[in-house]
Each structure stands twice: as structure tokens, then as C-alpha cells.
Design a binder for this molecule. Structure first.
Ligand code: CTP
Ligand code: CA
Length: 226
């Protein structure tokens, strides 16, 4: 399945990729987070750069080295990611939302470390902005790609998300399948389209998934050939 991308296929295109998980602070020493490693999103940024695109990577905290030639913008929380993505949206040709954005954040961020006193604590969480939905609602010329990590009814849930968020394409994966999901070097994904069309890829490295995605987007935009 290893193949080379045409190095010119995305030449002159501006692409924004989000990657990694966001962290939602509770106090100066604690946060709510998720298991996203950033691997899939970084691979996508790398594949677009390989294909000649001008790539901006908006990333949550991650240990991965940003790919060569990619402008990397670091953020911590979902609200920060929302701001960085929205301010750059107008100039983009393609946006790929691979980040695992926290759906909720603590209603209050304590200025001081929360102290225990033997009692239970009830945390109030408030919803974060849905970045992909906001992009879908403000879409002009941009090609919008979402991700969906599901643990059940992968395709049905994916199609519903795709339509609700007005994305042009959704990459879905069953994060519970062996060789797929968080922290692994491989992934098993399907490409979903609003008309219900679905392309199933075999298990492959995240970089090859990323290259296939770039090729697929090029085809959909009519800027490439198989
Ligand atoms: N997403 C986003 N902003 C959020 C939550 C999700 O932009 N606040 C994006 C993700 O980056 C991904 C897509 O929406 O591209 C789907 O994310 P997912 O978590 O699967 O969907 P949700 O709408 O949050 O639904 P749920 O978690 O309840 O399944
Ligand atoms: Ca979510």
C-alpha cells in the first residue's frame, strides 16, 4: 500500500490541518484531556506538504516533531483552537479537522490549586464551540474534511455528523478496532461522502492513510489523477 504522492498535486493550495487533543484547565496544575496523540493529524500535514501545499498545522500539545516546512501554531484549549482556526479560515482552500477537540470545559477555571477536604467534588462542564460546525456554517470556497472517532454504529453516526456539520467528506474510524485509533502507528478508516458513498481502506500506516486522503481530496477537487 506504500505509494508516492505526486509532489505537485497540491502546489499553490493553502491547507489548514488541526491535530492532537485539546486540554481544558481545571486549575494551574490540572486539566481534562483525551488520548489523542496527534499522529494522524501530523501525518496529514506532512502528506499535504509532500504534495506541495502551503500547510498550517494548528496543534494541541503533542510530542511529535512538526513536519518540515509546515507552519505550526500551538494551542492548548478548544477555545484557543477555535480562534486560531477561524482567523485563518478565509484564506484556506482545504481544512482538515483531525484534532480531538474537547466537547466540554470546566465552567470555572480555579486560579488556585483545588484543595481536597475529604468531600466529593462536583464538576460543572459547559460545551465548547464546535469548530467543524462553525466552519461548515461559514463555508465559501473551502473544501472541508472532518474526522469521526466512533466506538459503535460507525457509519450511521459518521453520516449524521457529516451532514450536520456540512463537511464535504468525513474520515471515520472505529477507535476500538485493533490497529486503529489513539496512539497507534496504523489506522483503519473509511472515507464517507454526503451522498452515502463510502471508501474502505485496509489497515495501513497513518502516513499512508494521510497520502491516500490527499490523493482523494485532489481527485474530488478535480486536481489530480489516479
Ligand atoms: N469537532 C470540532 N469541534 C468540537 C468537537 C468536534 O471541530 N468542539 C470536530 C472534530 O475535529 C472532528 C469532528 O468534529 O473533525 C467530529 O468530532 P467528534 O468528536 O467525532 O464529533 P462530535 O460532534 O463532538 O460528537 P460526539 O463526540 O458526541 O460523538
Ligand atoms: Ca466529540
Amino acid at each position: 500500500q506504500n505509494f508516492m504522492l505526486n509532489r505537485e498535486i497540491m502546489k499553490g493550495r493553502k491547507v489548514l490541518v488541526t491535530a492532537g487533543g485539546t486540554r481544558e484547565e481545571l486549575d494551574p496544575v490540572r486539566y481534562l484531556g483525551n488520548y489523542s496523540s496527534g499522529r494522524m493529524g501530523y501525518a496529514i500535514a506532512e502528506a499535504f506538504a509532500e504534495a506541495g501545499a502551503q500547510v498550517t498545522l494548528v496543534s494541541g500539545p503533542s510530542d511529535i516533531l512538526p513536519p518540515f516546512g509546515v507552519e505550526t501554531v500551538r494551542i492548548i484549549s478548544a477555545e484557543e483552537m477555535y480562534l486560531e482556526v477561524m482567523t485563518r479560515y478565509a484564506e484556506q482552500d482545504i481544512v482538515v479537522k483531525a484534532a480531538a477537540v474537547a466537547d466540554f470545559r470546566p465552567a470555572v477555571r480555579n486560579e488556585q490549586k483545588i484543595k481536597k477536604d475529604g468531600e466529593s467534588v462536583i464538576l460543572e462542564l459547559v460545551p465548547n464551540p464546535d469548530i467543524l460546525s462553525a466552519l461548515g456554517a461559514r463555508k465559501k470556497h473551502q473544501y472541508l474534511v472532518g474526522f469521526a472517532a466512533e466506538t459503535q454504529n460507525v457509519i450511521e453516526n459518521g453520516l449524521e455528523k457529516l451532514k450536520r456539520k456540512k463537511a464535504d467528506m468525513l474520515v471515520v474510524n472505529d477507535v476500538t478496532a485493533p490497529g486503529a485509533g489513539f496512539g497507534t502507528d496504523t489506522n483503519i478508516v473509511s472515507f464517507l461522502y454526503p451522498d452515502g458513498r463510502k471508501i474502505d481502506l485496509p489497515k495501513m500506516s497513518k502516513l499512508d492513510v494521510a497520502r491516500r486522503l490527499v490523493q482523494e481530496i485532489a481527485l474530488n477537487k478535480g486536481i489530480g489523477s489516479k
